[in-house]
Write a protein that binds this ligand. Sequence first.
Ligand code: EPZ
Length: 419
Amino acid sequence: MQKLVIRGEKRLNGEITVQGAKNSALALLAGCTLCSGEVLLKNCPALSDVFAACRILNRLGCKSRYYDNCVQVNAGAVSECAVPEDLMREMRSSIVFLGAVLGRKGQCELSYPGGCELGPRPIDMHLSALEQMGVRINEEYGVLCCECPYGLHGAKISLGFPSVGATENIMLAAALAKGETVIHNAAREPEITDLGNFLNCCGARISGHGTSTVVISGVEKLHGCEYEVMPDRIVSATFMAAAAITGGELDLRNARACDLEAVIPVFEQMGCQVFTYDARIYINAKRPLKAVRTIRTLPYPGFPTDAQAVVMAALTKAKGTSVIIENIFSSRYRHVDELVRMGADIKTEGKVAVIEGVKKLYGARVRASDLRGGAALVLAGLAAQGETEVEKVCYIDRGYDNIEKCLREVGADICRKTS
Ligand code: EPZ
């Protein structure tokens, strides 16, 4: 098992290039299943979830290769329709392969994705939408056997909640379906916009992606393309929080401020100076941090749930009382107990977390239990007095491409050890 060992109380200072977005890359990789030609995805981060998606593509009969921050996929022949349980469990977001395989092959067999890190991860909206498009779903012992006896057809689908994954699955299934599909109350996250742009690059006919109404007109076939994955907005937020908690200043290259319109004001309320440019975000946290009255996580364009843990880490050292309300997932405070072990003063009750700023955090042995919560523990370690060991780094590696290298290059005393 690997751990990150951090010696804290070092101000970060320097420039970091932000990686490509995990939550876009995974959907685009699933989308490659629909393409009868070769796809080259550029700016693809080296993440365990990306490698898991490549393994699924290879198991389906596609040929995928990861090199130099790119993934080359040849899906000319998709020979399989089943995604085995071991691969489904490796990555929660494997469920988006359902829509893509159905779109390409008209049938698909896969097990429920893993769950529970953030609370239950139901897929009811995914399944009911696909049924409206002509999919017959038979569930046996946790395995979903899906087929379209009369082919996939367009439908008018209203989502009860703007689910990111459900929106992606419908777009992927609809791209090659007969007729037009309209998604009402679609998710508006930038990763949805990226997926629609990618599919259109491959010959799909999608409009409205990034708004709450997405229209997909099915086409006969999709060809390959070259496409650059968007920057990771949550990784940008993570490094902004790293600057904030260490009182440092960072220049984030390949960072898209327009994706962070609900996040940047929070850092400004904390007392940070933030300057945004075309593809850069500069943050300076030279002044002592101030508490932020209330942060509510919401679907985009609201404050992203994925930034909740890392912003909470920064708030542990912000003078005064901050309140966070987690509205998206039912169990996304598992990093709180670990932060408290480092001296943070945080109380949670249901969706609400109340953070009283403290003067000091203290190094401790802590354990990651999910991706963003693990990143929050690293940030706390950067500011803590003494040495912090963050165990179960595997969670962090799912979403951060060599986080210790990025942080070391701007002054952190951090290294990876095998325990
Ligand atoms: C995506 O998850 C992201 N993952 C998550 O990022 C992100 O937190 C989430 O969107 C919200 O922005 C990927 O893109 C790979 P949802 P997803 O469907 O698609 C409920 C990270 O840290 N729901 O928008 O699973 C669900 O339980 C990860 O990078 C249903 O009830 O999110 C949740 O409470 C974590 N039924 C809420 O909706 C459904 O059929 C939002 O889920 C689907 C979802």
